[in-house]
Ligand binder design. Structure first.
Ligand code: KG4
Ligand code: ZN
Length: 386
């Protein structure tokens, strides 16, 4: 079955066409078309994602990216103009957006797509609504079933699939699974007893871990998104012969919960920088390393606690911060030394950050066990996995 997947929860507009096959125990996904536009540089001057700008950008980019993905998968054929559409889903109120959707629908024939999947939350509501309204418009016009997917479920799937020569392969994992979700908006430890059965074990009480990376990068005068910047700066510090003595606190490390807190750590970095005054590039690298060490240690400790609590057989990591090498190393060492029977997996290249492929995969799996949406979808900005 061919699936068209749409992701607009934050500052990436992403559309993918994937060919999905198999059943819930063993499935395969081939990416036939993939179009992604990151708005990160546009949000850089705000030091974070600015919701109204994100919405505007999604409105501008959704149609061209959908056209690109469907062209890449060879699913677009010029329309003969027999049917003319003059309206789209009623929630599309922006005239320009509406006209671009109509122009697209009238220009091409209905593609050979069996299912449309869209992110319904969590994320920035204005951004989510844009994707949902677009998906509803093409789904109703083309009469193709639609499924709404939880963004965090997508991140879990992106960590569970294996990138092989035959495409992305998802074999039934050993349950229970422990999922560590670390992104710009979320920091959660979730237990998954079976497919789609979630229990939240712990979450951040304040900033998400990616948000902490972004804020600390800003304090260091580094551009948004700060995670990859800190990653690179810290790496340079680790490679130096001469060691520094900067140490930051490990918040909540020794309470007995699986919760996180990162705002105090960010404040500790701020105080340290105030004390240091004007700092050199080299000192910035040292601060980045000390910050990353603290984050790694907290994440490793909390993951250890969650693995002990759940007796998980599979450990999966998802979200943009899962690209961080030092955090990956810390988690891999934890598993190797303390849980050698737990299988561990990280997202492959291109699947760590936000993307539509992971949404398509989650949508396919859901379509095997549930019916398409009967009512129009609602954006759920702060929903948790259920
Ligand atoms: O999952 P994602 O793409 O979007 C959200 O759903 O939030 O995650 C984005 C976050 C940003 O905060 C970014 O700074 C962080 O992931 N990030 C990283 C790295 N690459 C991206 N953080 C640490 N190290 C990295 N290498
Ligand atoms: Zn994400």
């Amino acid at each position: 079955m061919k699936i068209l997947a749409i992701e607009t929860s934050c500052d990436e507009t992403a559309v993918s066409v994937i060919e999905a096959s198999g059943d819930i125990n063993s499935s395969n996904f081939k990416v036939l078309g993939d179009a992604l536009f990151s708005q990160a540089s546009k949000h850089a001057e705000y030091g974070g994602v600015f919701p109204t700008l994100a919405k505007r950008e999604h409105q501008k980019n959704l149609v061209p990216l959908t056209e690109k993905a469907l062209k890449e998968s060879r699913d677009l054929k010029k329309s003969e103009g027999v049917i003319i559409y003059d309206n789209v889903f009623e929630n599309v109120r922006d005239e320009e957006f509406k006209n671009s959707i109509l122009e697209f629908l009238n220009k091409f024939e209905k593609p050979n797509i069996g299912l449309i999947v869209v992110t319904k939350g969590p994320g920035l509501e204005p951004a989510l609504w844009t994707g949902i309204n677009f998906a509803e418009s093409i789904s109703t016009t083309w009469k193709i079933p639609l499924i709404g997917i939880d963004h965090m479920e997508g991140h879990i799937m992106s960590g569970l699939v294996e990138d092989t020569n035959e495409g992305l392969v998802l074999s039934k994992p050993d349950f229970p699974i422990l999922a560590l979700l670390i992104s710009g908006g979320h920091t959660e430890l979730v237990s998954m007893g079976d497919w789609f059965k979630y229990q939240l074990l712990g979450r951040t009480k304040d900033d998400a871990v990616g948000e902490a990376f972004d804020k600390v990068a800003r304090l260091l005068g580094l551009p948004y998104p700060g995670g990859p910047q800190i990653d690179a700066y810290a790496k340079r510090s680790r490679e130096k012969e001469e060691k520094h003595d900067i140490v930051f606190p490990r918040p909540l490390a020794h309470d007995d919960t699986c919760d996180f807190s990162f705002s105090g750590l960010k404040t500790a970095v701020l105080y340290k920088l105030e004390k240091m005054g004007d700092i050199s590039e080299e000192e910035k690298e040292n601060v980045a390393e000390a910050f990353e060490d603290a984050v790694r240690d907290v994440i490793v400790l909390k993951t250890k606690r969650a693995l002990e609590k759940t007796g998980a057989k599979t450990f999966v990591v998802g979200g943009g911060v899962s690209a961080n090498k030092e955090i990956r190393n810390g988690l891999e060492n934890l598993i190797k030394e303390n849980f050698p029977n737990v299988s561990v997996s990280f997202p492959g290249k291109g699947l760590t950050g936000d993307n539509a492929v992971m949404i398509g995969i989650a949508g396919y799996l859901r379509s095997l066990v549930q019916k398409p949406e009967r009512e129009p979808l609602t954006a759920k900005g702060s929903q948790t996995l259920s």
